[in-house]
Design a protein around this ligand. Structure first.
Ligand SMILES: *Cc1c(COP(=O)(O)O)cnc(C)c1O
Length: 487
């Protein structure tokens, strides 16, 4: 009997969505979202308002004096945790040479790998939610007013107050780092429930900071469930819900205002004739979702947001494509959710994000681990920038858009052909600076091995490809003969 997947056989699913075949085979795909619609229409169906994002931005401003005191590294940016926006011309040239990307316009990189405190995109949402929670508690207990100088929170009096409260979170690593470092600094007891993908150095670093790390031999969804359960029975424990949190979302969304300023300062234009393409690495969806929402608020139809996932963990793609959102997991379609992109090793997407952004996301594409490593090496070689594997999914975006059939269709559907030479392509570099040197070296060595193997294969196939084809043909005939004989 055929196994049922959410009420349908695999054959029925494939008949409805032929692209699923490649997704299930862990091949790279570019999916053009059929529900994508104009900003004016999409925003009608979203219950999160611009005021809420502005409120989050204002809260982060209130905390700037505290952050300057508690994390002196943030003082050069006056307590604002923000990353550089840079041009990467050598990488741009290399994409055109190595991948025949035919990439015109500008290639910019948003360097969240350099974000202060935790070196990844999670320094946005994760830190924001911890700060908001600490503000709420302090105000409720008459320790703080909105008019105070928040620098006073960096004191034993406040740390003692916060020590009676705790925070729990489930993570593949980076969210745990952000919540753990920030939460422990404020004075909370922090419990991080880590999935099996989490890297050892991330656990060690957190334990050094006095965070309790609980390890699971299971994937991210189960680590999150464990955190949720722990907090249920404890009124003084706050659970940070990566799958459903509006506060995380708002913290991420603030990035868009900062980017708008940076683009303006550097003289880059985004408008009807100068489209912006954002390529956002996606795990459960909160980070890329929040940022995409912020970008849409500001640039409307002039920005095109694509989510990027590993071929072995395309959870958001499956959620959006099937419309099943958090009901579906990559395991349902026999994918293993095993990838070197540990930050994106998520098997089940956030339904909150999928439903909220259903009409705002232009599409989703997937990238093999092999390509992530090749891009990792290229970016080091051309620009001397080291990112963690997850972050490289973004950099695969321009080539996927320009060189895939579906990408070309997207460009044509939205009449973008004539504008591509003045477009901005913006891969979001979501992490890397916290990775220890030895681990980064291992990534690089692995990339070199993959590169050599590919070169070898290429040489091999060009030198005796004729011979090989012959032998394949011969085998085929033998097979036919035998089968025919048996019949
Ligand atoms: C968490 C993470 C992402 C994606 O964020 P989600 O909210 O999980 O979708 C991307 N890149 C890196 C490096 C991450 O750690």
């Amino acid at each position: 009997m055929n196994k049922m997947i959410h009420g349908k056989t695999l054959e029925e699913w494939l008949a409805m969505y032929p692209m699923l075949e490649e997704v299930i085979d862990a091949k790279e795909v570019f999916w053009n979202n059929p529900s994508y619609t104009s900003y004016q229409e999409a925003i009608q169906n979203i219950r999160i308002s611009e005021d809420e994002v502005r409120d989050a931005a204002a809260r982060l401003e209130r905390f700037a004096p505290y952050l300057m005191e508690a994390f002196p590294e943030t003082s050069k940016n006056r307590g604002v945790i923000e990353s550089p926006l840079i041009e990467v011309p050598s990488m741009h040239a290399d994409l055109n040479n190595s991948y025949k990307a035919q990439l015109t316009g500008k290639l910019l990189l948003k360097c969240d790998n350099q974000l202060a405190i935790s070196g990844s995109i999670k320094a946005r949402g994760g830190i924001y939610e911890v700060l908001k929670h600490s503000e709420t508690l302090a105000i409720e207990n008459y320790l703080l007013t909105l008019e105070d100088d928040y620098a006073m929170m960096n004191s034993d009096r406040f740390r003692e107050f916060y020590s009676q409260y705790s925070i729990a979170v489930g993570s593949t690593g980076n969210l745990g780092l952000s919540i753990g470092i920030m939460g422990a600094q404020i004075g909370f007891q922090v419990f991080v429930h880590m999935s099996a993908d989490a890297k050892q150095w991330k656990k060690d670093l957190l334990r050094d900071k006095g965070v309790t790390v609980i390890e699971y031999d299971a994937d991210y969804s189960q680590a999150v469930a464990a955190g949720r359960k722990q907090a249920e029975s404890n009124a003084k424990m706050f659970f940070i819900d990566d799958e459903n949190s509006k506060d995380l979302f708002l913290g991420y969304a603030v990035a868009a205002y900062r980017l708008q300023e940076q683009l303006k300062d550097k003289g880059y234009l985004v408008d009807h004739d100068h489209p912006l393409f954002a390529y956002l690495p996606c795990g459960v969806g909160g980070g890329p979702g929040g940022i995409a929402f912020g970008l849409k608020l500001i640039f409307g139809d002039d920005v095109h947001c694509f989510f990027a996932e590993p071929t072995h963990s395309p959870c958001m793609l499956l959620g959006l494509l099937t419309g099943l959102h958090e009901q579906v997991s990559v395991q349902d379609f026999n994918l293993d959710n095993i990838t070197a992109a540990d930050g994106l090793a998520v098997g089940r997407p956030s339904g909150f994000i999928g439903r909220t952004l259903e009409q705002m996301i232009s599409g989703v594409y997937t990238v093999t681990d092999e390509k992530l490593f090749l891009l990792l090496k290229k970016l080091v070689d051309t620009e001397n920038i080291s990112l963690e594997p997850s972050a490289l999914t973004g950099l695969a975006g321009p080539t996927m858009l320009l060189r895939s059939k579906m990408g070309q269709e997207y460009i044509a559907q939205h009449n973008l052909q004539e504008k591509m030479h003045q477009a901005i392509h913006l891969p979001w570099a979501t992490g890397g600076n916290m990775v220890p040197f030895e681990v980064m070296e291992e990534y690089y060595t692995n990339a070199s091995k993959i590169q050599r193997k590919l070169n070898f294969k290429r040489d091999d196939s060009t030198s005796d490809s004729n011979e090989k084809q012959c032998s394949v043909k011969a085998k085929y005939y033998i097979m036919v003969l035998f089968n025919g004989g048996a019949l």
